[in-house]
Design a protein around this ligand. Structure first.
Ligand code: SF4
Ligand code: ZN
Length: 312
């Protein structure tokens, strides 16, 4: 198998592009592809200050690294879920990347804010951990953007994440979410612009990019992701992709075209009122986050730890 660009021994097969590439040409290809997505969908401009949501996994750390390589100003935000070993290792990996890029890393800790981790808090709230985690992450990441003056929040969601979520929404006809995914959600009503530069890049490509750039990431997934239906949908889509390469890309590109016609902003758009405590969009008098902080936390203030790497 030869590299399509230089003819040397290829390291990576990319059946979805009917291609194979050596390590160096793959890195160049991947960066060009993400840069193309950023330009085509207007995700970031040179004037933007971006905050990258980092979990310590391959996607988010690769994204942070890649945005830096492309010359964008990007710092990181990490949410410590208070899941013992997993959270500790994740924080170490994100700090390593902050050191490598000489970029700031903001972190928000469940244990500090609520004196308990996501599992215990979810149990007390009688909610599944992922549902509670989603509410808090969504709020805290927005809040970090507005408190510290970042214009865009970038997340490492990749093609496999998006295609599996879309399949799930279609299988269950969750129409309230169906048209609300997208590569970009514009800023409005105090909510930061959100972008997904890896929207059209597969999990495998992100992992290869991490490996070839010596990015040290946590291999384990969050323990609450195990058994999630998303994993089933991912494996089903991979089986289809094996037989019919490029199906996932066609699925998402077709979706984007249709979603554009439907219009999207996401769940937040339906939250018509404003929270009386923080002013964020809310269904009720207080937003979910402020209610949680009032009941279980240290009050409405959100405290971030700011890690500033020393100069090289
Ligand atoms: Fe949060 Fe883990 Fe659930 Fe993801 S899998 S939403 S990180 S609790
Ligand atoms: Zn609020």
């Amino acid at each position: 198998m030869k590299c399509r660009v230089c003819g040397a021994q290829a390291n990576i097969r990319l059946p979805q592009y009917n291609s194979a590439l050596c390590a160096g040409d793959f890195i160049a290809f991947f960066e060009k592809r993400v840069s193309g997505t950023i330009t085509k969908y207007g995700l970031l401009s040179e004037q933007d200050r971006a905050l990258v949501a980092v979990s310590g996994g391959k996607d988010s750390l690769s994204l942070w690294h890649l945005l830096d390589r492309l010359g964008f100003s990007a710092d990181g935000i990490y949410i410590d879920l208070g899941i013992k070993e997993y959270s500790h290792i994740s924080l170490v990996k994100t700090r390593q990347m902050a050191d490598r890029l000489h970029r700031r890393l903001y972190s928000f800790s469940f244990s500090e804010a609520f004196s308990k981790g996501v599992k215990e808090l979810a149990r007390m709230m009688k909610r599944p951990p992922c549902s509670l985690c989603g509410t808090i992450k969504r709020y805290v990441m927005n809040r970090a953007c507005t408190d510290y003056g970042y214009s865009v929040l970038a997340t490492g969601h990749n093609l496999d994440d998006e295609a599996s979520a879309l399949l799930g929404n279609m299988l269950h006809w969750k129409e309230e979410y169906l048209w609300k995914k997208g590569v970009v959600l514009e800023a409005e009503r105090g909510l930061a612009k959100k972008v997904k530069p890896f929207f059209l890049c597969s999990e495998k490509e992100a992992a290869a990019y991490a490996l070839l750039n010596n990015i040290d990431y946590i291999y384990d997934e969050c323990p609450y992701s195990l058994g999630a239906k998303t994993l089933l949908y991912k494996s089903l889509l991979n089986r289809v992709e094996d037989v019919s390469p490029a199906t996932k890309i066609a699925f998402l590109k077709g979706y984007l075209k249709r979603a554009k016609a439907e219009g999207s902003r996401g769940q937040e758009q339906e939250e018509k009122g404003s929270c009386s405590v923080c002013g964020y969009p809310s269904y009720g008098e207080q937003c979910n986050f402020c209610r949680l902080m009032t009941k279980f936390g240290s009050g409405p203030a959100v405290r971030f730890d700011v890690y500033v790497p020393s100069e090289p």
